[in-house]
Ligand binder design. Sequence first.
Ligand SMILES: [Zn+2]
Length: 88
Amino acid sequence: MIEITSANIEKAINKARQTKPFVKVIAFRRYSVTNKTTGANYTVKFTKINNRKFAECDCKATVVCYHIGASIGAHIVLAEQMHTAPAA
Ligand SMILES: [Zn+2]
């Protein structure tokens, strides 16, 4: 599990913009990221502990990888939707 900081996530998002992987929502805070060129598929999970954000990806990278960068865009949108959704 790696802590997400504004510095490391910015790099990951930039790399994701170049790579443009396909992101699919598996569940809230859980994403499937597929490299369209190689077909390689990884699962990214997000966790929040004491207001600090952490991410986990099952690829070989030990840094905040572009899979996490690609997922976080979808994650922010979903989290905001859940937060602003009117109570049923
Ligand atoms: Zn990864």
